[in-house]
Design a protein. Structure first.
Length: 141
């Protein structure tokens, strides 16, 4: 009552075996890949344009602060001078408009509008203003 176990082996010739992907599988994978890449690329372009605007604002703020420091230094000995100017070049295409208003005999308000001259017109329009910086100057003696 012993049975013999016979091991069956199936042999598939190499030319009949399945290798690679079908056209349907390739198309579905491509469609999934494209549908994932498009939002990623859109997000990357949005981030790039936002970072460029932030970089311009930071540069404008730095230049406006430097101009404010310059005006404060000049006001120590020349407080009675008017510090207002329009279309002041700050370098590298950045410009500023400076207004000087007298609050009273011992106090003045200096406002600096700074931004990037995007249209290269040599003047800073209201749409190009990126930063507004105001400070008060007091007569020191």
């Amino acid at each position: 009552m012993c049975r013999k176990l016979v091991k069956k082996t199936s042999f598939i010739p190499m030319h009949k075996s399945r290798s690679g992907f079908t056209l349907t599988e390739v198309l579905v994978a491509s469609a999934l890949l494209i549908s994932a890449i498009i939002p990623i690329l859109h997000g990357m372009t949005s981030v790039h344009s936002s970072s460029a605007l932030i970089e311009q604002r930071i540069r404008s703020l730095d230049l406006a602060q430097a101009k404010t420091d310059e005006i404060k230094a000049r006001s120590v000995y020349h407080y009675s001078n008017n510090f207002g100017q329009n279309n002041v070049s700050l370098g590298d295409g950045y410009m500023a408009n400076i207004s000087d208003s007298v609050v009273n005999s011992n106090l003045r308000k200096i406002t600096i509008l700074a931004g990037f001259d995007g249209d290269s017109s040599g003047s800073l329009s209201s749409s190009e203003v990126l930063v507004t910086l105001s400070t008060y100057l007091a007569r020191r003696w």
